[in-house]
Design a protein around this ligand. Structure first.
Ligand code: ADP
Length: 288
């Protein structure tokens, strides 16, 4: 499901002395079935962009179109929109309030769909999608570990079968193992279930491994946008704009600056170490 911003400006406290332009003339198209990252320093407009995609906030000027929904127009079908677009807030598990995982996951669906047809099967299906089996159905969501809680929270959004998932800092507060599993899950949601995913985050190391395209915001404007390799290729520019740079990119650049060796795209530290070892082995063979 495509996300389009056309010349979007958003002002807080409109026409008041403390009016604040959070976004200015933002135009971008986030294509379907890809993972997109939105990054930038604090106060650059990331959350405002996310709120505009959520359909509750309307732009001061410009247009926001998500799939068939014109969010800038009043009167679009918000109930249908809620099925198609799922929002995963920061620490979504903090909003748990049900006694069992089954109730927690099915809650939103029960509110939306009064008929509740096949609800149990649908809960089992979405739990499977997030890598949890039926044994979780009767467990208390509060008894799970951090990674499991996060996956249950995502399942509770997936229950309405959204085409677009918008996520605010999805890896925040997770340990390394849970984070890795979540990253695998997001890739699966894209490739196997054809979801479009938009992630707002400071975790650029995670983003670099799983994302396709990146939007960089600064002072309410898009300063860079496109394929992750092109966006993260200009480290000096990103540093000047206080934008976080993935550690892999930084290390690769250091190696290139010192040795002239281009290690190419390495998604994570394991791949980077392997690439360095391969080069060392090649050097040994050549010197023999
Ligand atoms: P980010 O998510 O990148 O940190 P935000 O979208 O939260 O940025 O904020 C963009 C700008 O809008 C910032 O200058 C911020 O101070 C301002 N802003 C955010 N929320 C409000 C608000 N409720 N009232 C006034 N200004 C706000």
């Amino acid at each position: 499901m495509e996300v389009i911003f056309r010349d979007v400006t958003y002002k807080y406290n409109l026409n008041e002395p403390n009016e604040k332009k959070a976004l200015e003339d933002v135009s971008v198209c986030l294509d379907s079935n890809l993972i997109h990252g939105i990054i930038g320093p604090i106060g650059s407009g990331k959350s405002t962009m996310l709120e505009l995609m959520n359909g509750i906030t309307k732009p001061t000027n410009g247009e926001v179109v998500i799939g068939k929904y014109d969010l800038h127009k009043s009167g679009f079908d918000f109930n249908k929109f809620r099925y198609d677009v799922g929002l995963v807030y920061q620490f979504p598990e903090k909003q748990f309030f049900c006694n069992t995982v089954a109730e927690e996951v099915s809650f939103a669906q029960k509110v939306f769909d009064k008929k509740n047809k096949n609800i149990k099967n649908r809960v089992i299906k979405v739990l499977k999608m997030v890598g949890l089996d039926e044994s979780y159905l009767k467990r208390s969501p509060f008894s799970l570990d951090g990674g499991e809680k996060r996956r249950v929270a995502i399942a509770s959004v997936l229950i309405s079968n959204p085409k677009l998932l918008i996520m605010d800092e999805p890896t925040i507060g997770l340990d390394y193992k849970s984070k890795k599993r979540l990253m695998g899950l997001l890739k699966t949601l894209k490739t196997r279930y054809s979801k479009t995913i938009v992630i707002v985050t400071h975790d650029v190391d995670m983003l670099y491994e799983i994302v396709d395209n990146v939007v960089v915001l600064n002072n309410g404007k898009i300063v860079k946008e496109g394929n992750k390799l092109s966006v993260f290729s200009d480290v000096d520019y990103l540093d000047k704009n206080n934008t976080p740079v993935p550690s892999i990119v930084r290390v690769s650049k250091m190696i290139y600056d010192k040795t002239g060796i281009d290690l190419g795209y390495q998604p994570n530290i394991n791949h980077l170490v392997k690439a360095i070892n391969d080069i060392k082995e090649n050097m040994v063979i050549q010197n023999e």
